[in-house]
Design a protein around this ligand. Structure first.
Ligand code: MOS
Length: 703
């Protein structure tokens, strides 16, 4: 059966009247479910919140009461024999509201309030302080102090969120778009108050996500609820418009960055104050402030985060969450400081290089940031850049070059995996992770093939099933460090088991060293032993390096822009990034991940913004016609180079995260290049023609 959601049409209030008669009598309809006839669900709370959920507040409970907290909230679900019948009937439901006279639909920075104790414990504000930054800023020889605005952005993965729910013999199977099958299983089990062992979540392919599928959204519970009531499998797919109000978003954020420096360009003060939006029912705070806390050395530093609670759905991580946002403001401010100092932007960053983590004095697990600046600048031809703005022209265009530092944390999560060698000579590796597009299947299979000494085409990976050995979120660019090391461990254990077998087969006289020395024909050992398969398990978890070192992926991004002198349109002929990501497991996939991130950064700089109407409290462009994303014609020369190396302090594979680092720093590099092209600093993204046009130098082309 097919389901369609009935959405609230007001931003805040209570439902006082519901007429479902027409919908119930509509052709093909099996069920119309609202808070009036839906069962009360336990919604048990987790002992420990999953790290991808907001740190405080309470998730939206579907059809449990008459409250409306945002426009587009699911307030009913219709189940019918076809999708068209369900959607038609959903449109027939009549709802009357008692309106909240003063909904919070306007992002007023003045309404920003400190984050909760829970968020503070998780390192999200409200304030960190080293030294006396305000006094140092006032006394600085050079200073900049500005506010940078980043609009709400939407993930808009190509494949929409969808769930099929099927109850059978007291068990629930969900086919669901998710980056974390284990999280969906556990949360839905708590929603219905049933043992997690009775829920299975299957998702072999994600279809893109960018962070929107890290947690189960209300429609998953809705599908399960409708399936339970009808006793039929139910399929619920969100429309493109529903995605814009259902599955999280990158929050609108306003950041004040004030930097003070002495006459040599050495930073003496860093002040970074961010205000971001959240919903009224959950507190989502981006990790924006890690950026000013770790990027540069400075004796005086203050960071703070405040939240504006609004009648909207809850934001969530989106590609490079927090880091991309913090870098946007910080790296534009650094560019402004370089102008103030009459100093080269790369030199300014080198001058303030942090040779250890400024938060805690720990050494980096590895850090080739200076090499990234050097390599990127060389590839871009940075030394030919005229530092004066609005001086370089090409035909009818103003030409600009800009750059920015890129950083993204490198973590690993506790993960389990299995490796099974079959008598037909193939190996199956398994872990309950996901592949939302970075190539998990391929790159993790490579690790297994290398460890087992098998050709890649003899290795098969299973993922996306909550019955597999548990893994945490396929997010935070942690999958290779987490799942890769667990699979590596499982394959080593498998080799050891087969090595033991081989020694038994050869007799006790084989030297112990043979275990790792001469390559053993693993399949031959298996066959001789008459076994159909041998399975070994492996696990990986963060080790003592977490207490002794800080692990971050680094990069330097360079962009060239061409600004049409009459139209104010910005084209980006080149983006070049140099990165330190430790060991590169698969150069093709890593390159692809990074240039994909660059496309995201291009969208952030020039195109992407959710149009929010504060009067209606409504997303106005919940579609792919008006929410602009870069298309092929926008994307020109993109290149990424990797500094050779491996980070064996971080994990046994020597890898750091790749994917999200690629989006970080791109938007500020482009914005800085637009300043260099035009001579005008634009501090509110995206840099659309109506903003760039007034910024153009008057008469620069003699009319
Ligand atoms: Mo990424 S925002 O952790 O999916």
């Amino acid at each position: 059966m097919y389901a369609a959601i009935v959405e609230s049409t007001v931003p805040a209030g209570r439902i006082v009247g519901l007429d479902t008669a027409a919908a119930e009598q509509s052709v093909g309809v099996l069920l119309v479910l609202t808070h009036r006839n839906a069962e009360r669900l336990p919604y048990l709370q987790a002992d420990q919140r999953p790290p991808v959920d907001p740190v405080s507040g309470e998730q939206l409970r579907v059809l449990q009461d008459d409250r409306v907290l945002f426009r587009g909230q699911p307030i009913g679900v219709v189940v019918a024999a076809t999708q068209a019948q369900a959607e038609h009937a959903a449109a027939l439901v009549r709802v009357d509201y008692d309106l909240d006279p003063a909904p919070c639909t306007h992002f007023g920075p003045e309404r920003g309030r400190p984050t909760s104790a829970a968020a503070q414990k998780a390192g999200r504000g409200p304030e960190t302080r080293q030294g006396d930054p305000d006094t140092a800023l006032a006394a600085a020889a050079h200073r900049v102090d500005h506010v940078y605005v980043q609009p709400r952005e939407q993930h808009h993965a190509m494949e929409p969120h969808a769930t099929v729910a099927h109850w059978h013999d007291g068990h629930l199977t969900l086919w669901d778009k998710t980056q974390w099958v284990g999280n969906v299983r556990d949360e839905i089990a708590r929603v219905f108050g049933i043992p997690p062992g009775t829920v299975r979540v299957i998702n072999p392919f994600v279809g893109g996500a960018f962070g929107s599928a890290l947690r189960p959204w209300p429609h998953v519970a809705l599908a399960a609820l409708a399936a339970r009531r009808t006793g039929r499998p139910v399929r619920l797919e969100l429309t493109r418009r529903q995605l814009a109000q259902s599955v999280g978003f990158r929050p609108h954020t306003e950041q004040r960055v004030a930097l003070g420096a002495d006459t040599t360009g050495t930073l003496t003060a860093i002040i970074h104050e961010a205000i971001g939006q959240t919903s009224t029912y959950e507190e989502f705070a981006e990790g924006t402030l890690t950026v000013p806390q770790v990027t540069y050395a400075s004796p005086n530093r203050r960071t703070s985060y405040r939240l504006v609670a609004m009648n909207t759905n809850t934001p969530c991580p989106m590609r490079g969450p927090g880091w991309a946002t913090g870098l946007l403001a910080q790296e534009m401010a650094m560019d402004e400081l370089a102008v103030e100092l009459r100093m080269d932007p790369v030199q300014l960053r080198l001058r303030n290089y942090a040779d250890h983590d400024p938060r805690n004095g720990r050494p980096w697990s590895s850090n080739a940031l200076r090499e990234c600046y050097r390599l990127g600048a060389q590839r871009m031809g940075w030394d030919t850049r005229d530092p004066r703005p609005a001086r370089t022209r090409a035909g009818h265009d103003l030409v600009g070059l800009g750059m920015a530092t890129a950083l993204y944390h490198s973590n690993r999560y506790p993960t389990q995996a299995s490796a099974t060698l079959l008598a037909d000579g193939t190996a199956v590796i398994a872990s309950a992770t996901s592949d939302m597009g970075p190539g998990t299947y391929t790159s993790i299979s490579q690790v297994a093939a290398d460890t087992l000494g098998l050709p890649l085409d003899r290795v098969r990976m299973e993922l996306g099933d909550s019955d597999l050995p548990p893994a945490k979120e396929h997010g935070g660019s942690t999958t290779m460090a987490s799942v890769g090391t667990a699979v590596h461990a499982a394959c080593q254990a498998l080799r050891a088991q087969l090595g033991d077998l081989a020694r038994q087969q050869a007799g006790a006289d084989v030297a112990d060293g043979a275990r790792s020395a001469a390559p053993v024909d693993l399949v031959a050992v298996l066959r001789r032993a008459g076994l159909t398969h041998v399975r070994a398990d492996g696990h990986s978890e963060p080790g003592p390096e977490q207490q002794t070192h800080s692990s971050v992926g680094f990069g330097a991004v360079f962009a060239e822009v061409r600004v049409d002198a009459d139209l104010g349109t910005v084209r980006v002929p080149r983006i070049i990034g140099a990165y330190d990501i430790g060991r590169v497991v698969n150069p093709t996939l890593a390159h692809s991940q990074v240039i994909g991130g660059m496309v995201g950064g291009l969208g952030m700089a020039l195109l992407e913004q959710v149009d929010w109407d504060p009067h209606l409290g409504q997303v106005m462009n919940g579609n792919l016609a008006e929410y602009l994303l870069p298309v092929n014609a926008d994307v020109q020369q993109l290149d990424a180079v990797f500094v050779p190396g491996e980070d064996i302090t971080a994990n046994p594979l020597g890898v750091k995260g790749v994917a999200e680092l690629g989006l970080c720093g791109v938007a500020p590099a482009i914005a800085n290049a637009v300043w260099h092209a035009t001579g005008t600093r634009l501090r509110e993204l995206p840099l659309t023609p109506e903003k760039v046009l007034p910024a153009l130098p008057v008469g620069s082309f003699g009319g």
